[in-house]
Design a protein around this ligand. Structure first.
Ligand code: SF4
Ligand code: SF4
Length: 373
């Protein structure tokens, strides 16, 4: 998360109960959902928007930048090409080349590749769109990775029931269908879910021979091998008031307000523009804010108002919903009286916002946990 921004959830359980269009989407998804397996599903969050159509709003207008086109001859050449093409992760912005180097130095035999199309936050729809509409590009990226690295298994994780025969990969890929639990896309939770392996959330999975890349990063790796520098990304632009959304391809550095207008049209005066990782982690957009690799989501939404900590009724829901089992009930109430949140709680918090989403008193609890007050 960009620490200079004030992130907040744009939707909460209380609000959604009152919003008919979102309730209808939830109902539809609940019907499709399979029974939960293996995992302790504390938090279920369904989609908050529906795609308006399958058309892509490509706002990049031929801004491709190229470097070289001859194929990489060896692994070192390949990694330096990924580095020179500025390929970075779409979640935390971690450089893909660093991940590959770490994987290479720790994994002497064959490892596991997990392609993350989990679409973690409830406002996002572009990963789903990509696996339905960009199968050739995803396959190319997978083939490039498996040409240079040995993988025992390759998983493609999404919330869809995927037909892997649509992907033309040299090695078999295993489609892993995730349930609607939150935060399914968080790297360590995803690994636990698919492989049943518990990795400390501060550790890098590549050091355990597990390479996790977002589906867009896999596409960008393929493009880098073809000589393209990573200069744009796919994102979801949603009007959370109407629950309609579109998929947008936007260049890094584009103005967010202009992008939202191009994708969603003019907004009603009672709505504000937000951007961020998704409907659970968004900030209010200022006129100079630009799109970067971490901007997954742009939204028109009504201003969210949260109660202060004195409203806490001590119900314990926040703690029961916390996916990493943090003992936070009781802390919020007393944070209002100047008591500090213990440092280890702030450190272990994965900033998912599930506690804020479910808080019975309408408090943005995550904010207090992260600030340690
Ligand atoms: S305390 Fe942190 S990890 Fe737990 S639900 Fe809240 S934001 Fe998520
Ligand atoms: S869910 Fe909200 S009201 Fe309930 S204990 Fe947690 S902070 Fe207090």
């Amino acid at each position: 998360m960009d620490t200079s921004k004030d992130y907040m959830p744009l939707i909460t359980y209380r609000q959604i109960k009152r919003q008919k269009s979102v309730r209808a989407i939830h109902k539809e998804l609940k019907k499709q959902e399979r029974k939960s397996r293996l995992f302790d599903f504390r938090t279920k969050l369904y989609k908050a928007a529906k795609l308006d159509n399958e058309r892509l709003f490509d706002l990049t207008a031929d801004q491709k930048q190229s470097i070289q086109t001859a194929p990489s001859e060896n692994i070192d050449q390949f990694i330096s090409r990924i580095e020179n093409s500025n390929v970075i992760g779409m979640g935390g912005g971690f450089p893909a080349a660093e991940k590959l180097k770490s994987f290479m130095s720790h994994c002497k035999g064959s490892g596991i590749l997990i392609i993350n199309a989990a679409e973690c936050e409830p406002g996002l729809l572009h990963d789903d769109w990509l696996i339905r509409n960009r199968q050739a590009e995803i396959s190319y990226g997978i083939n490039i990775l498996s040409r240079h690295f040995k993988f025992e298994k390759i998983y493609l994780a999404s919330k869809q029931n995927l037909d892997t025969s649509l992907f033309t990969t040299d090695s078999d890929i295993i489609a892993y269908q995730l349930d609607y639990f939150y935060p399914a896309g968080q790297e360590h939770i995803l690994i636990n879910q698919i492989l049943g392996k518990q990795i400390d959330h501060n550790a890098i999975p590549a050091q355990y021979g597990i390479l996790v890349f977002n589906v867009q990063t896999v596409i960008a790796i393929g493009k880098a091998e073809q000589g393209e520098i990573m200069s744009s990304r796919y994102l979801t632009a949603a009007n959370l008031h109407t629950s309609r959304a579109v998929v947008v391809k936007a260049s890094f550095g584009s103005n967010i307000l202009k992008t939202s207008e191009a994708a969603l049209g003019n907004k009603a005066s009672y709505l504000k523009v937000y951007a961020g990782h998704g409907a659970m982690s968004a900030y209010k957009v200022e006129s100079a804010d630009i799109i970067n690799a971490q901007t997954s989501f742009i939204a028109y939404a009504q201003a969210v108002s949260f109660a202060d900590t004195s409203a806490c009724i001590g119900c314990g829901t926040c703690q029961r919903k916390c996916p990493v089992h943090l003992p936070i009930a009781g802390l919020i109430k007393y944070a209002g009286f100047g008591q500090k949140i213990p440092e280890h709680i702030t450190r272990e918090c994965i900033a998912c916002g599930a506690c804020s989403y479910f808080c019975k008193a309408g408090i943005d609890t995550r904010k207090y946990i992260l600030r340690g007050m």
